[in-house]
Design a protein around this ligand. Structure first.
Ligand code: IPM
Ligand code: MN
Length: 351
């Protein structure tokens, strides 16, 4: 297969972890006789510095004319401490999600048997955890009307959802639940928010089209608590943009390191694959960042290309690296640790 992949390294540790994913993808391509044409493009703070726009039109053109986008991270501390900044790197990510129609963010949470003791949660609670969040990604409070009034002394952000937005995300949730255990949880705050009541109503109406899926409705605050108490009770969870942002960071604790959790954003056409961790600026350039979340995101990309064997090979070599202690310092446990690029080289060589 000939694959054209847009490569958006972004900021912070983005370029380092992306480099390792590229090594691994190239090794997969050699092993399975594929050809990958990588097309690097600018995003985030790097793009602001270069051309004044965190998601330049040229980058968008490269993305839409590729088969997929592999993405590192976006964000830079110089903007975090400047609330008056007019252009922010994160705007690039939001613009990209919107313009590429990536309305569903698929974020799996699972445990690795060899890392079970890395989690701060009790082993018997988290063993066997295997759940997937479908986070709505192009609506809600992230994209609603916002602003200031009263001479700047009052600020507002609004959360708006249309039935159509809820329905298309929910259908993906039902379909995924059908392929898994048939359990779907709709996470909302319907006891308070009107937008949540629309979510609940829309999902309830869809239930009859999917008689083989059993749906539970839970409030987001309760899910935040139960998720770390009884993660095994969940399988597929659907939720709106902000709730999904928060809960998926929380869920990453179950696996033991945020540096392990991949994601796929899909929707109208091409998919975008990115680690759920951010740009982690404190670690940038130090060769200490964990590349596995990005490598596992690449596995999700191969899966979506219909190349399940290739995806399986990546996951298998990742498991092997963990078992053999070929890990970065976030997973080291006082034992010898390896650099970001050493882990990438090892994975590529052992594929
Ligand atoms: C994520 C990130 C982004 C988000 C930020 C960087 C805008 O936290 O992908 O979860 O909030 O969606
Ligand atoms: Mn987030």
């Amino acid at each position: 297969m000939k694959l054209t992949i847009a490569l958006l390294a972004g900021d912070g540790i983005g370029p380092e972890v992306i480099d390792q994913a590229v090594k691994v993808c190239n090794a997969v391509a050699t092993k399975f006789s594929h050809e990958i044409d990588w097309r690097p493009a600018l995003t985030g703070a790097a793009a602001i510095d270069a051309v004044g726009d965190p998601y330049p039109e040229e980058t968008h053109e490269i993305c839409i004319s590729s088969d997929a986008v592999l993405f590192g991270a976006i964000g830079h501390p110089k903007y975090d401490h400047d609330p008056s900044a007019k252009v922010r790197p994160e705007q690039g990510l939001l613009k990209m999600r919107k313009k590429l129609g990536l309305f569903a963010n698929v974020r799996p949470t699972f445990t690795f048997p060899s890392l079970i003791d890395k989690s701060p949660l009790k082993k018997e609670r988290i063993e066997g955890t295997d759940l997937v969040f479908l986070r709505e990604l192009t609506g809600g409070i992230y994209f609603g009307e916002r602003g200031r009034k009263d001479g700047g002394h009052t600020a507002y952000d609004t959360c708006t959802y249309t039935r159509k937005e809820v329905e298309r995300l929910a259908r993906k949730g039902f379909e995924l639940a059908q392929k898994r255990s048939g359990k779907l949880c709709c996470v909302d705050k319907a006891n308070v928010l009107e937008s949540s009541r629309l979510w609940r109503e829309t999902v309830q109406q869809l239930e009859k089209e999917y008689p083989d899926v059993s749906v539970s409705y839970e409030f987001v605050d309760a899910v935040a608590m139960r998720l770390v108490q009884w993660p095994n009770e969940y399988d597929v969870l659907i939720t709106e943009n902000l709730f999904g942002d928060i809960l998926t960071d929380e869920a990453s604790v179950i696996s033991g390191s945020m540096g392990l959790m991949p994601s796929a954003s899909v929707g109208e056409s091409i998919g975008l694959y990115e680690p759920i961790h951010g740009s982690y600026p404190q670690a940038a350039g130090k060769d200490i960042a964990n590349p596995l979340a990005t490598v596992l995101s690449a596995a999700m990309m191969f899966e979506d290309f219909g190349l399940a064997e290739e995806a399986g090979a990546i996951r298998e070599v990742v498991h092997r690296s963990l078992e053999q202690g070929m890990v970065t310092e976030d997973l080291a446990d006082g034992k010898k640790t390896y650099g970001t690029s050493e882990v990438g080289d090892w994975l590529a060589a052992h594929l």
